[in-house]
Design a protein around this ligand. Structure first.
Ligand SMILES: Cc1ncc(C[n+]2csc(CCOP(=O)(O)OP(=O)(O)O)c2C)c(N)n1
Ligand SMILES: [Mg+2]
Length: 596
């Protein structure tokens, strides 16, 4: 059989762009492409997810954990629609992901045909930088080249739609040398962007003048950890981290205040409340109440994307450039600060914060305090671990309690904050780094939403991973806990059991049923040993821990308004009220008090 459009499509992705695997799910809208996979020997490999949304999450995780573009594939109509949430996750977290989707045959289009959906319009928002439908074989080369290049250059989602009849037509690998044709080439080289010297000078002047410098680093600083620390040392600054930048600098450093925001720490809150200078690097952290008040601090921001500066705080100097290169260029212009008092006060506060977290983890709960689970994990994290978290209370404990060390990676759905990314992200991480341990931190709600199904994907592919350590921690609190607490604290409503209670499922037994390891923990004294067993297991393992839903994952500082709503919920007869009151008193009240 001579080469088809589908063969050419896969060949272009693989040979010209180095795509090693494509996450997807089949359907008759892409049978031509599936046939081409079947004819190929080697890359790109087709990885079968349980659901197209999961395939998009896996492609996003590939991008997050490798820096390369992730690619996902879905059939026309329902398959294409299923991709959307995962694609939005990638778009909002600025990850390069290319979606390839099928479409009905060209002759039927516009005929209200079965499974015919206006895909260009459907993807017009999520892939607005580039969404194109091929109608001619000779377009495939440039559609692939442009979709890949634009995804990488703009750090966004792009989409190529290929009607199913076109997939099986003979390939046109070189369009005719004639008017109206396009002759593209592959490749994208990341430019080295550094601000002008005069701009760096102005930034240095502001930073040198400060005596209480706060740094806030995000996903854009993940590759700039060393430079961030060098600058922090020169400025004797404290470093707070936005959630997607958690792995940028190790949590063990004494001047790292940890996460910031609703899921953050009190030292990060105080750092921002008391600083006189703010240096923000590679972050678009959204919650302005966690940043200094306008006028309190002089601000310098570094971001590689000119669209993203100056939107969270009115900065005095906005530097457009790569974070590592820009910090490196700034270093010689910065004066070594001599006064250690700001740093020392931060370090004292950070040390006592870690002690407080330890106490909180040790405080009794029914049956297990979720903080204890994360505390015990933190002590045991293997070198090179990759951590993924779902949206839910796990994200709080991941943000606050997990101490990442140098060389580790971690991510979650940061901006879309969608449920259900934890397990597929872990699968994407494992394919990208099969020799590294991967740990997913997931709620029981997310497991029921999609995690249980994706365990099947783990079971299907696990034998090809040389390091079998892939652990899925499930927080079995039988509650959609994060939202239960939001209902209490933000709207002043008691827990609505009709929407919040979850049926009980034995996740460990489910895992065993499909050939994975399963450990269920119901007593706090067993959790350390259970982590050891999961980390030493000869196969991917589900660690199902029964945790207490009445331990509050509330913000590090709580506003008076939230406290009022909270007490209103309690007065209104929240079903968990007696235990909440005692847990809150024990764990949280010391923090509510100013100056503590
Ligand atoms: C797709 C999606 N649906 C709903 C939400 C709102 N939401 C955020 S966290 C959460 C609860 C998660 O419950 P679970 O996975 O059990 O974790 P827990 O908070 O109980 O630990 C919900 C419903 C969301 N973020 N994403
Ligand atoms: Mg839950």
């Amino acid at each position: 059989m001579s080469e088809t459009v589908a063969d050419h499509l896969l060949d272009r992705l693989s040979s010209a762009w180095g795509v090693k695997r494509i996450y997807g799910y089949p359907g008759d809208g892409i049978n031509g492409i599936m046939g081409a996979f079947g004819r190929r020997d080697g890359e790109p490999e087709f990885i079968q997810a349980r659901h197209e949304e999961m395939a998009a999450f896996m492609a996003c995780a590939h991008a997050k954990f490798t820096g390369e573009a992730g690619v996902c594939l879905a059939t026309s109509g329902p398959g294409a629609i299923h991709l959307l949430n995962g694609l939005y996750d990638a778009k909002l977290d600025h990850q390069p992901v290319v979606a390839i989707v099928g479409q009905q045959a060209r002759l039927g289009l516009g005929g209200n045909y079965q499974q015919e959906v206006d895909l260009t319009t459907l993807f017009k928002d999520v892939a607005h930088e580039y969404v194109q439908m091929a109608t001619e074989a000779g377009q495939i080369r440039h559609l692939v080249d442009r979709a890949m290049r634009i995804a990488l250059a703009e750090r966004t989602v792009t989409c190529v739609i290929v009607p199913n009849d076109l997939q099986m037509e003979p390939a046109v690998t070189t369009p005719p040398h004639a008017h109206g044709t396009v002759h593209s080439g592959p490749g994208y080289e990341q430019p080295r962007i550094v601000p002008e010297n005069s701009q760096l000078q102005r930034a240095a002047e502001a930073l040198n003048a400060g005596s209480k410098v706060a740094m806030l680093v995000g996903a854009g600083a993940l590759h700039a950890g060393e430079e961030v620390v060098q600058v922090a040392d020169k400025l004797r600054a404290g470093i707070a981290k936005a959630l997607l930048g958690k792995a940028a600098v190790p949590d063990e450093l004494p001047f790292v205040t940890g996460s910031i925001g609703l899921l953050g720490t009190k030292p990060s809150w105080d750092l921002m409340q008391n600083c006189d200078t703010l240096l923000m690097v590679g972050s678009s952290f959204p919650y302005s109440e966690f940043l200094p008040e306008e006028g309190q601090a002089r601000g310098v921001q570094i971001d590689h994307d000119g669209k993203m500066v100056g939107i969270r705080y009115p900065m005095e100097v906005n530097l457009i450039g790569d974070s590592a290169l820009t910090l490196k260029a700034l270093l010689p212009l910065l004066e070594q600060k001599q006064d250690r008092s700001w740093r020392e006060s931060l370090e004292g506060e950070i040390a006592s914060w870690w002690r407080l977290l330890e106490q909180r983890a040790a405080s009794p709960a029914q049956p297990i305090n979720p903080q204890l689970v994360f505390h015990e994990l933190s002590k045991r994290l293997p070198d090179g671990a990759i951590i993924t978290s779902d949206s839910g209370s796990a994200a709080n404990w991941y943000a606050r309690d997990v101490k990442l060390r140098a060389g580790m990676m971690g991510s979650l759905s940061g901006t879309l904050a969608t449920m259900g990314a934890g397990v597929p992200y872990a699968i994407g991480a494992k394919f990208a780094h099969p020799d590294r341990p991967v740990i997913a931190l997931v709620g029981d709600g997310a497991m029921q939403m999609n995690g249980l199904a994706e365990l099947i994907t783990i079971a299907k592919y696990r034998e090809r991973w040389p390091d079998q350590r892939l652990i899925v921690l499930v927080l079995t609190n039988r509650d959609l806990n994060q939202v239960t607490w939001e209902q209490r604290a933000m709207s002043g409503d008691p827990k609505f059991e009709g929407s919040q209670d979850l049926p009980d499922v034995h996740y460990a037994r489910w895992a065993e049923l499909i050939g994975l390891g399963g450990i269920r923990v119901e007593k706090p004294e067993e959790i350390g040993d259970a982590w050891d067993r999961a980390l030493g297991a000869d196969r991917p393992t589900v660690l199902d821990v029964v945790t207490d839903p009445e331990v509050p994952p509330l913000p590090p500082h709580i506003t008076i308004e939230q406290a009022r709503s909270f007490s209103k919920a309690i007065l209104h007869g929240d079903p968990g009220r007696r235990r909440i009151i005692s847990e809150s008193l024990r764990q949280k009240l010391p923090e509510f008090l100013p100056g503590k």
